[in-house]
Design a protein around this ligand. Structure first.
Ligand SMILES: Cc1cc2nc3c(=O)[nH]c(=O)nc-3n(C[C@H](O)[C@H](O)[C@H](O)COP(=O)(O)OP(=O)(O)OC[C@H]3O[C@@H](n4cnc5c(N)ncnc54)[C@H](O)[C@@H]3O)c2cc1C
Ligand SMILES: NC(=O)C1=CN([C@@H]2O[C@H](COP(=O)(O)OP(=O)(O)OC[C@H]3O[C@@H](n4cnc5c(N)ncnc54)[C@H](OP(=O)(O)O)[C@@H]3O)[C@@H](O)[C@H]2O)C=CC1
Ligand SMILES: CC(C)=CCC[C@@H](C)[C@H]1CC[C@H]2C3=C(CC[C@]12C)[C@@]1(C)CC[C@H](O)C[C@@H]1CC3
Length: 502
């Protein structure tokens, strides 16, 4: 066997050995370190009084220092590429001026006004358990623990409650920002409303976020989840549309498709249950099967099922298997023996997987793997699934309805009223023989034609003109002038095109 082929074979088939015996123990040590660090940090904080305001002043100083010593050099955050929740590498970070914006605490909960104020680098995995303990939760709770609130505002975040509440940023009520001049401004619907509308999806190109206010709602104990296997694409589309209209009875809607004509539609309600609550499925326990495998088993048995899932377990249902990505890395990860022996240290930290992947692994992923999300009008579900089937043939497919509102911000509904869209997430190995970058570009153009959007965490092959057709830059450009961004921050396209996000 040629040595390159042998390397590829070993990397593809035996990466699990490295992951299981090195990365998983590192993940556990990392978790222990985080707990220790947090404790000693709060002790230090009590003694030094280094609070949010002080941390923000430090960022302002860094920006002013840059303006003095490197005027004209554009800035980005110093968060290393390997920490970011995307498979892509952000090469732009190497040539831009890096500002340290690592602020990761919860600042306060305001039960009266029902908001929580957080710093941008706090992760969903840190915030949600604290909120649930206090009896609250966020309306759009993301499913991967390592996503940060700042990243979700500056990129896009969506989840199975987005059909009701919209994208993650629609639940945010106020942003605090350090501008290109080092000033501190705040914005909301009533204060600097145009800046407020332009922040989401601006990818850190209008200023550095230092605090975010998010709406909170009362948390309940369980999600009562109904699973409905369906074996026809037409029926899947019509049922999904009908469920999204029923906002009274549904709090969560999600669809997993396991083939072109088969899927399981899941609808859920937040509930406290009662003494008679049976059929509780604690899917978050370490020995439980991966969630998508559990759903697939219900499709195979064609059973309409109802279960009560503890709220936090429901939120993070795709975290253990990173949707279905872990099966490519640890093929036996869902085997009962593996789960009972090592399930408690799963999953390996995404950042560690990224940090330790070799160039060859990255190239193999580039050639043989696809990860992306497309947001399309819900009426185009059938047509889109057929298109993705023909050009990618990847299953499962994640389908998550989300409502978009009309706005002059970058991402908006194309109608003058709220309009229902669906996010179609495709993660895995394309089962077509001719997969390459022109197919990907072709799919992006297909989405543009249908007046849809592409999530940008993996980057885009669209050229600047096409990109600006997809995202409304009209207000964004005037806000850039207002906030003196031109020579201090790049434009969004300069951060998401495939040449700099590879
Ligand atoms: C995890 C993962 C996520 C991915 N996500 C995305 C994604 O979000 N968006 C995406 O577009 N691709 C994505 N890809 C596809 C991946 O980047 C391409 O498959 C890869 O670049 C193909 O390399 P190649 O040399 O085999 O391609 P070839 O088709 O042989 O192309 C060679 C080079 O020509 C250029 N090129 C070819 N066709 C085009 C075109 N139509 N437009 C611009 N340049 C072109 C590219 O620079 C490419 O590197 C993803 C791949 C992986 C593994
Ligand atoms: N369910 C979902 O919706 C999912 C969403 N995602 C995607 O993952 C990304 C979030 O990942 P995460 O690792 O948290 O974030 P990232 O580190 O990827 O950051 C995303 C963008 O936000 C900017 N940003 C982050 N914090 C700040 C800040 N304080 N001030 C200014 N700009 C900031 C970054 O700027 P810079 O480039 O300067 O660092 C970057 O451009 C989003 O793009 C999201 O779309 C991924 C998986 C699931
Ligand atoms: C729900 C939405 C909108 C997106 C889900 C995206 C995730 C499936 C990906 C986000 C980051 C990705 C990474 C990997 C798998 C897929 C994601 C979790 C890897 C673990 C794949 C293996 C590589 O070696 C490292 C990757 C890091 C990022």
């Amino acid at each position: 066997m040629h040595s390159d082929t042998l390397t590829e074979y070993v990397l593809v088939n035996y990466r699990w050995v490295f992951v299981v015996f090195f990365l998983l123990p590192c993940t556990v040590l990392g978790k222990m370190w985080a707990v220790f660090e947090k404790k000693s940090w709060s002790r230090r904080r009590r003694s030094t009084g280094l609070d949010h305001e002080k941390k923000v002043e430090n960022i302002q100083c860094e920006v002013r220092h840059k303006n003095l010593h490197a005027p004209g050099r554009v800035m980005c955050t110093a968060r290393p590429s390997w920490r970011s929740m995307t498979i892509a590498e952000m090469t732009y970070k190497k040539r831009m001026f890096n500002i340290n914006v690592h602020l990761d605490e919860m600042i306060s909960i305001d039960s009266h006004n029902r908001t929580v104020r957080v710093e941008p680098s706090i992760t969903v995995g840190q915030l949600i358990p604290i909120l649930i303990q206090s009896g609250w939760t966020v309306p759009v709770a993301l499913e991967l623990e390592d996503l940060t609130i700042g990243g979700l505002v500056m990129g896009i975040g969506l989840e199975s409650s987005s059909f009701k509440f919209g994208l993650f940023h629609k639940t945010c009520t106020r942003y605090e920002l350090v501008t290109a001049d080092g000033d501190l401004i705040t914005c909301s619907e009533s204060e600097n409303p145009d800046v407020f509308r332009c922040i989401p999806f601006s990818y850190g190109t209008l200023g550095f976020l230092t605090a975010i206010d998010i709406r909170i709602i009362p948390a309940k104990k369980y999600v009562r989840l109904q699973y409905r296997p369906i074996r026809s694409l037409e029926k899947i589309q019509s049922s999904l549309i009908a469920e999204t209209i029923d906002v009274e009875n549904n709090d969560f809607i999600e669809l997993l498709m396991f083939g072109k004509n088969e899927g399981v539609l899941m609808t859920g309600q937040m509930t406290d249950g009662d003494q008679n609550t049976k059929n509780v499925n604690k899917i978050g326990r370490f020995y439980k099967p991966w969630f998508f495998k559990h759903v697939e088993s219900l499709l195979l048995s064609q059973k309409h099922t109802e279960e009560y899932i503890p709220l936090k377990d429901y939120y993070f249902r795709h975290n253990n298997s990173l949707f279905w990505e872990v099966q490519d890395i640890i093929p036996s990860g869902n085997h009962p023996l593996f789960r009972y022996l090592l399930g408690w240290i799963m999953p390996a930290k995404v950042a560690l997987l990224k940090l330790t992947q070799t160039d060859t692994i990255k190239q193999l992923y580039d050639k043989h793997h696809f990860i992306d999300d497309f947001i399309l009008p819900i009426s185009n579900l059938k047509e889109s699934v057929e298109k993705f089937h023909e050009h990618l043939n990847i299953y499962p497919i994640w389908v998550c309805p989300t409502v978009l509102s009309p706005s002059n911000g970058l991402v908006h509904s194309h109608a003058p009223v709220d309009k229902m869209y669906i996010d179609i997430g495709l993660y895995g190995e394309p089962k077509v023989s001719n997969f390459n970058s022109s197919i990907v570009k072709n799919l992006e153009l297909f989405v543009l034609k249908l007046k849809g959007f592409k999530m940008m965490y993996v980057g885009t092959y669209l050229n600047e003109y096409e990109f600006k057709k997809m995202f409304n830059h009209y207000l964004y450009q005037s806000i850039r002038i207002q906030l003196n961004c031109k020579h201090n921050f790049p434009e969004v396209y300069d951060k998401v095109n495939k040449k700099v996000r590879r």
